[in-house]
Every structure is written in structure tokens, then in C-alpha cells.
Design a protein around this ligand. Structure first.
Ligand SMILES: *[C@@H]1O[C@H](CO)[C@@H](O)[C@H](O)[C@H]1NC(C)=O
Ligand SMILES: *[C@@H]1O[C@H](CO)[C@@H](O)[C@H](O)[C@H]1NC(C)=O
Ligand SMILES: *[C@@H]1O[C@H](CO)[C@@H](O)[C@H](O)[C@H]1NC(C)=O
Ligand SMILES: *[C@@H]1O[C@H](CO)[C@@H](O)[C@H](O)[C@H]1NC(C)=O
Ligand SMILES: *[C@@H]1O[C@H](CO)[C@@H](O)[C@H](O)[C@H]1NC(C)=O
Ligand SMILES: *[C@@H]1O[C@H](CO)[C@@H](O)[C@H](O)[C@H]1NC(C)=O
Length: 782
């Protein structure tokens, strides 16, 4: 052997061994369940058996201590069966986030696509977008799992209705309307959970899950910390009526239509009973809505039953109440610590623990966790290249473009014309700070560019001053520098609003005004700028910017919320007319005077007898800064009704035998409404009808437009909403062109409300269908 050959051999030998060594040391799943040769012969590893058979078999093999060790988000290993530990708690609200222990960016994957905060994507009113975001996050989740840096079970989406503008987590939700929240939840969950293989969705494989999504927080949860109230012991007093037509619909949809595999019960009590002990509500989800999956408590929400709420007299009773109500797993260690003694004291039985384990293992089985080596499974190919991919980052950019809302645009101040802007001044503490882009539950974004970074790409001569040292803006000491650059610039953009120091988990706001001296900053700049100022607002919660709305020195207002990692680019594209804005506010913006309403008051409906103005566009009767659905475009749209019925007869769907009863019950009076319970079984479908509209773009720019169809019901019982969204559709219309849009209306769902005992009823008489300025009357008759 000559020297050269020897050297080559040695080198290749070294190379070979080091590759082997790398492979073994970096295998993220050295011990997967059902690993051959010792652990693959258990019946629970047999993929020919059904999920139920496999779960039953696994539970039957466990000792009581082993069972109890599974009742925490951090489930212990069961070494004798070859089952490694499992972390149930991963987060993915708008991209993979490391708020839970399941996701870690400390490894070969150090970032993931950060989509806009949910309230921004919601403002796009685009179901396709929502579904695609869910699917993209799922691909990144599987890829991270393969890399050993994430779990398979995620605690998103947050589908509580954004009831009060001060709520620190309103930003995490799809807004205030139950229909929008429901549809967002369904699209996200389907996109996230559905099994995809070479981009083809397996329709016949309902049971298998790509990842598991969780509808949270069940239920009537939307207060963090306000006044003397804290989420850990807040008792939400909710009427049956509000429960049925505001708080519950998103959860029912998430389960029934989205087929979510997890439900999380919340910290708060609902009408005196802690949510995680509400057996009636949790069982309704399983029995009536067909929930198949596991129920987790929010973190330590079983502990709070006893420790904070004093609802039980002992820890054991708290554990027993939760398990008996239907909770399968506790985020935290409380159940692991107290279940044994709860069993010993006869508070709960081993059979009830078995039920919990069956639900838990069934979800793990559906995820393929017991199907063998993850390196050989369906998703084995997903890896680093699937995270922060150009398509995902483009989708994040698209979501921000579609969700950003133009609130004011006097005299077509925007868009700016690139070649006519010689210099820009950007002012505001958020304008050059990456940490404010994503809102809560943000992981490590793929790119780190601020608004300022992006605007510089459009206009080289762009200067920046923070104006305030931070968002709280307690001092005007730094106004001078900002005023100076504003005076010297052709156009001025002030970025004001909120960040997570003002609104976040465990923190509600007390004011709706801009924080600290921010308003003074805006007006000081507006006073010296050559041209009207462009005001950009950040934050998930509404702010009272009446002063800016009415000030002619402020030409335009743009809400960007928390636009995610590509938000700066999306904003720049919109300001310079490369993208025509079409987002619309998914929540009402109330004036500061709304803060006299107690945040703890859960009533949706207005009550004039006690000066209560009601909540959300459906019931609120007071003045508003910007209404639900506000959003301008650089072009104009015009609607026409193409077809819609004027009369709908309901007699056919009421069994003959009930006709007399219904009429008798009402005596002489005319029948005012029908209860859904009075309808023939499955008759709702036959009542469905279509309405068709045309939308013309009468302006000079192509653009997308969100059609929002409302119904106004006859006021034949108490608690009828002012109006109610019954359909929405985002359509793209080229300049001077027209498109058609069709809505399918299900009267049982869309033309109904809950009566004061929480029963769904359809009011009889004239319902107005309202689209923009158009109004179409439809008579419901019996
Ligand atoms: C798996 O289950 C099927 C169906 O019951 C059975 O026929 C087969 O023998 C089982 N395989 C193993 C390896 O036990
Ligand atoms: C990151 O991982 C390494 C290796 O596993 C570990 O030593 C280090 O403590 C981790 N760092 C953090 C911040 O978790
Ligand atoms: C908080 O409690 C104090 C003392 O009981 C009471 O004076 C105050 O009005 C309460 N605040 C709110 C917002 O309920
Ligand atoms: C707690 O103990 C008190 C006093 O013994 C009793 O009145 C009450 O019913 C108990 N509460 C529960 C939930 O068992
Ligand atoms: C960005 O904002 C965060 C949160 O307000 C703050 O902690 C941080 O100091 C800011 N960074 C810069 C560079 O101003
Ligand atoms: C809805 O979102 C999808 C995905 O981003 C996009 O392709 C489509 O153009 C959007 N529709 C409209 C009308 O903007």
C-alpha cells in the first residue's frame, strides 16, 4: 500500500467513523416506544389492532403507580415496557413557541417561522389563509419533533371570544365575533391536525393525527388580572343566554367541525363551579359535540380548585372532582402528587384513572407515537429544511399583508409614491425593536428585521428616533430629537400603541388610551411635520385614538397589531402601494369611557336599567372609536344583490302534531318565534338557502375585499343582537372588474339566537340581510 492510498484510507475511515458517531450521538429519539427487539411485541405496538384495543391493552399492563405517573404534562417513562417520558405541553399559537417545556430552540434548529399574532391573521378574514397557517405550523412542528426539539401535542388555538378591550390575551384570539372565532378555530385545527402526505390530505383517515391541537380555554375565560380580580379564582357569572350564543359556539365548532383532539379547561369558575370541575360542560362536549381526545387542565388549574378557590376541602377532593368531571391530565404535578391518596380515601376510583389514560394513550396512538421508529414513519423526511422555508416565510408575510388594517386615509394620503418621497422620519419606541413584532407566544423568529430596517429599503434617507425611551413613555425628555428629525423629513411615520409591557398573559390594561405620554409625542410630531403624519398602531387590544381620528394633521392611521417576523415588510409594501390593504378589525374599538364598565361583568347584553352598555358590536350601544369590521382600501367597492329569497316558510319543518300545541301555547297572540327543539329532527338542512352578490371594484387599483353579511332580526324577544355576522368572504377583484360571491345561510345557525334560558330560537317575521349599504328583507313565516 503506498502512502497516499494509506492516507486516503485513513481519512475515509476517520470520516466513516465520525459519521457513525454523529448519527448515534445526535439521534434525537434513541428510545422510541415499541423499539425492537425487546419492546415491539406488546399488543399496544400492533398496528393491525384498533386504537381502542391498543390503548386498552396498554392500560391493562400498568400498575397503579405507573398510571398515576402519567397524569402530568410531563409523563414519566415506563422503562419495563420501553416507553420513554413524554412532554404533552408544546405551544404553537402562531408558530412554534417555547412558552411550554415541549419546544426548545436550543439545538440544531434555532428558529421557526413566526406568523402574525392571531388577531392580525384574523383581520384577514380569509379561511384559506388560516388553514394554510395551521398546516405550515404543523409541518414545522413535525420537523422539530424529528429533531427532538418539540412534542406532538400543542395547546393552541385560543378561541375565547375577545369580550373586553382591556383583556391582555385578546391579541391571541380571532376577535370578538363568535362566528369568526369559530371558523378560525376550525380552519386552524384542521390545517394543523390533518394528515398530509406529499401535500395530499387523506380524507378517509379521520382518526390519524399529524399533530394534536387544543381548543382552549374552556370556558368563559377572558380575564387575567384586573382590579382585585385574578384569573386563578375569578368566578365568571354567565347567563344561559350568553353562554349559548357567545361563549360556547367557538368550542362547539372546534370540536364538532374542527375535530380537535384536545380541550383545555380554564382556571376560572363558571357560575360558582371551577371550569375543570364542570362535569356537565365537559360531558356535554363529549356526548353532544362528539369530542374524541384528551382533556387537560390549564397549568395548575386543578390545584387552584382547592388552593385558590377553596371549592373543595382538600387537595384529594380537587383531584377527584376534576377527574370525575372528565379531566384526563393536569398541567403541573398536582394529580401526580395527590391521586394516590385520593384513591386511598375513596374519593376517586382506579377505573376513573383508567378512563383518563385511555383518552391520553388514544391520542398518542393516533399520532403514531407507538408505531415504531420516527425515522421511518410517515413524517420521517421532515427536517431542518422544512422550518423557516421560503414558502412558510412568504405565508407569514402574506398573513401580515392581508391582516393589516387601514383605519384612516384622508384625501388618499396613502399610498406614498416611491419616487416622490425624498426622505422619511420614523419615530416611536416600537419602530426599531424586533421583540415587539410577534405578541405573546412568540418563539425564535427566522429573521430579525424591524419596521425601520424595512423602510430603509424603500427610502435610503430614512432617519429614526425613539421619541420615548420605551412603550410606557413616562417622559418627554426624548421628544426633542424626534421633533428635530420630523421637521427635516419629507414624510413622517409615528409608530405608537402597545407592546407586551402593557398587555399580556396575567396582565389586563386599566386604560384604553395610548400609554404614558405617547399621545403628546404624536401630536408634537404632527404639529411640526411638513405633511400630515402617518400613524402606525401596534398592539392587540384596541386603543382610543379619537384625537388622531379627528386631527387633520394626522393623514392616515394603519393598525398592524403584532404582525410577526415579516410585519415590517408588509407595512412598507402597504405604505408604498405595493399591496392594497384589505384587512378589517375583528373587534370593536371602544372609547376610554368604556373603562367605567367592570371588566368582571360577563354580560354581553346591554342593560339600560343599570347603565350597562353591552359588549361587542352585537350588543354594545355606546359610542365607538372604530367599529368591528372597519377597514379601508386604496380602491372602492360596490355591491349588488343577485339573488336572495324574500320569504321562508317554516311550517313544513314543524311536525303537524306540534302545530296545535305551539299555537295554543301562545293563546291569541301571534307566534313570535320557534324553538329549534320544536323542529323536525335534521330539518335544518332543508331550510338552507343561498344568497348571491356581485362585488365591483370601481377604483383604479386591484384589491381584496372582505364581504361581511349581517342579519338584523325582528325584536320579538329580549336579548336580540343589534346585528349579527352570518357570513364573510374575502374576494380579490381587479380594477374595473366584478366578481360574484355566494353565501349559504342556515337559518338554525345564522338566523337564531338563544332565549333567556339558553334555548336556541328562530324569531319569526322580517329579518334584514345587510351587506354594506345594501339591505334585503326576508320574511320568516309559520
Ligand atoms: C397483531 O394483531 C393481529 C390481529 O389481531 C394478529 O393477527 C397478529 O398476530 C398480531 N401480531 C403480532 C405480532 O402479535
Ligand atoms: C442547551 O443545550 C445544551 C446541551 O444539551 C445544554 O448544555 C445547555 O444548558 C442548554 N442551554 C439552555 C439555555 O437550555
Ligand atoms: C378592590 O378591593 C378593595 C378593598 O376591598 C375595594 O375598595 C375596591 O373597590 C376593589 N376594587 C375593585 C376594582 O373591585
Ligand atoms: C367542606 O367542609 C365543610 C365543613 O365540614 C362542609 O360544610 C362542606 O360541605 C364541605 N365542602 C365540600 C365541597 O365537601
Ligand atoms: C425592545 O422592547 C422590549 C420590550 O419592551 C425592551 O425590553 C427592550 O429593551 C427593547 N429593546 C430596545 C433595543 O429598545
Ligand atoms: C386568501 O389567502 C390565500 C393564502 O394566503 C391567498 O392565496 C388568497 O389570495 C387570499 N384570498 C384573497 C381574496 O385575498
Amino acid at each position: 500500500m503506498n502512502l497516499l492510498l494509506l492516507q486516503l484510507t485513513l481519512i475515509s475511515l476517520l470520516f466513516f467513523t465520525s459519521t457513525i458517531a454523529d448519527k448515534t450521538s445526535s439521534d434525537p429519539h434513541p428510545n422510541f416506544p415499541c423499539k425492537p427487539p425487546h419492546h415491539n411485541s406488546h399488543p399496544f405496538c400492533n398496528i393491525s389492532l384498533s386504537t381502542t384495543q391498543r390503548a386498552l391493552s396498554l392500560v391493562s399492563l400498568l400498575t397503579l403507580p405507573e398510571k398515576i405517573s402519567q397524569l402530568s404534562n410531563t409523563a414519566a417513562s415506563i422503562p419495563r415496557l420501553g416507553i420513554p417520558p413524554y412532554e404533552w405541553w408544546s405551544e404553537s399559537l402562531h408558530g412554534l413557541a417555547d412558552n411550554g417545556p415541549g419546544v426548545s430552540f436550543n439545538g440544531s434548529i434555532s428558529s421557526a417561522t413566526s406568523f402574525p399574532q392571531v388577531i392580525v391573521s384574523a383581520a384577514a378574514f380569509n379561511r384559506t389563509l388560516w388553514r394554510e397557517i395551521g398546516a405550515a405550523v404543523a409541518v414545522e412542528g413535525r420537523a422539530m419533533y424529528n429533531g427532538g426539539q418539540a412534542g406532538l401535542t400543542y395547546w393552541a388555538p385560543n378561541i375565547n371570544v375577545f369580550r373586553d378591550p382591556r383583556w391582555g390575551r385578546g391579541q391571541e384570539t380571532p376577535g370578538e365575533d363568535p362566528l369568526v372565532v369559530s371558523e378560525y378555530g376550525v380552519e386552524f385545527v384542521k390545517g394543523f391536525q390533518e394528515v398530509k402526505e406529499t401535500s395530499q390530505v387523506f380524507k378517509n383517515n379521520d382518526e390519524k393525527l399529524m399533530l394534536s391541537a387544543c381548543c382552549k380555554h374552556f370556558t368563559a375565560y377572558d380575564l387575567e388580572k384586573w382590579g382585585n380580580f385574578s384569573r386563578y379564582d375569578f368566578n365568571a357569572v354567565v347567563t344561559e343566554q350568553d353562554m349559548e350564543d357567545t361563549y360556547q359556539p367557538p368550542f362547539e365548532s372546534c370540536i364538532r367541525d374542527g375535530k380537535a383532539s384536545c380541550l383545555m379547561c380554564s382556571y376560572n369558575a363558571v357560575n360558582g363551579v371551577p371550569a375543570c370541575a364542570r362535569e356537565d360542560l365537559l360531558q356535554k362536549a363529549r356526548v353532544e359535540w362528539g369530542f374524541k381526545g384528551y382533556i387537560t387542565s390549564d397549568c395548575d388549574a386543578v390545584a387552584t380548585i382547592f388552593d385558590y378557590q377553596g371549592y373543595t376541602n382538600s387537595s384529594e377532593e380537587a383531584v377527584a372532582d376534576a377527574i370525575k368531571a372528565g379531566v384526563d391530565i393536569n398541567c403541573g404535578t398536582y394529580m401526580v402528587r395527590h391521586t394516590k391518596s385520593a384513591i386511598d380515601k375513596g374519593k376517586v376510583s382506579e377505573e376513573q384513572i383508567d378512563r383518563a389514560l385511555l383518552n391520553l394513550f388514544a391520542v398518542q396512538l393516533r399520532l403514531g407515537l407507538f408505531d415504531g421508529n420516527p425515522r421511518e414513519g410517515r413524517y420521517a423526511k421532515l427536517g431542518t429544511n422544512d422550518i423557516c422555508s421560503s414558502s412558510h416565510r412568504e405565508l407569514a408575510l402574506e398573513a401580515a399583508r392581508q391582516g393589516i388594517v387601514l383605519l384612516k386615509n384622508d384625501h388618499k394620503h396613502l399610498p406614498l409614491k416611491k419616487n416622490q418621497v425624498s426622505s422619511l422620519a420614523i419615530i416611536g419606541p416600537m419602530a426599531n425593536n424586533i421583540s415587539n413584532m410577534g405578541g405573546t407566544y412568540t418563539g425564535k423568529p427566522c429573521q430579525r428585521k424591524t419596521i425601520f430596517n424595512e423602510l430603509v429599503e424603500y427610502v435610503k434617507k430614512t432617519s429614526y428616533a425613539s421619541g420615548c425611551s420605551d412603550v410606557a413613555c413616562d417622559s418627554s425628555n426624548e421628544f426633542g430629537e424626534a421633533v428635530a428629525i420630523a421637521k427635516g423629513a419629507d414624510y413622517v411615520i409615528v409608530v405608537a400603541g402597545l407592546d407586551l409591557t402593557q398587555e399580556t398573559e396575567d396582565k389586563d390594561r386599566v386604560s384604553l388610551s395610548l400609554p404614558g405620554k405617547q399621545k403628546d409625542l404624536v401630536t408634537s410630531i404632527a404639529a411640526v411635520s411638513k405633511k400630515p403624519v402617518i400613524l402606525v398602531l401596534t398592539g392587540g387590544g384596541p386603543v382610543d385614538v379619537t384625537f388622531a381620528k379627528t386631527d387633520p394633521r394626522i393623514g392616515s392611521i394603519v393598525w398592524i397589531g403584532y404582525p410577526g417576523e415579516t410585519g415590517g415588510q408588509a407595512l412598507a409594501e402597504i405604505l408604498f402601494g405595493d399591496f392594497n390593504p384589505g384587512g378589517r378589525l375583528p373587534m370593536t374599538w371602544y372609547p376610554q369611557s368604556f373603562t367605567k364598565v367592570a371588566m368582571s361583568d360577563m354580560h354581553m347584553r346591554a342593560d339600560s336599567s343599570r347603565g350597562y352598555p353591552g359588549r361587542t358590536y352585537r350588543f354594545y350601544t355606546g359610542p365607538q372609536v372604530y367599529g368591528f369590521g372597519t377597514g379601508l382600501s386604496y380602491t372602492d367597492f360596490d355591491y349588488k344583490v343577485l339573488s336572495a329569497p324574500t320569504r321562508l316558510g317554516l311550517s313544513e319543518v314543524i311536525p303537524q302534531s306540534s302545530h296545535k300545541k305551539l299555537l295554543l301555547q301562545n293563546g291569541e297572540e301571534q307566534l313570535r318565534y320557534l324553538e329549534l327543539d320544536d323542529l323536525e329532527v335534521n330539518s335544518c338542512e332543508s331550510l338552507r338557502f343561498n344568497v348571491r352578490f356581485s362585488v365591483s371594484n370601481t377604483g383604479e387599483m386591484d384589491g381584496s375585499h372582505v364581504l361581511m353579511l349581517y342579519s338584523r332580526m325582528p325584536q320579538v324577544l329580549s336579548g336580540v343582537p343589534e346585528k349579527q355576522l352570518i357570513g364573510f368572504e374575502r374576494v380579490h377583484v381587479r380594477s374595473s372588474e366584478m366578481v360574484e360571491a355566494e353565501f349559504v345561510i342556515d337559518p338554525c345557525k345564522h338566523l337564531s339566537l338563544a332565549n333567556d334560558v339558553g334555548k336556541r330560537v328562530i324569531p319569526l317575521g322580517v329579518h334584514d340581510l345587510v351587506l354594506g349599504d345594501l339591505q334585503h328583507s326576508l320574511s320568516l313565516e309559520f
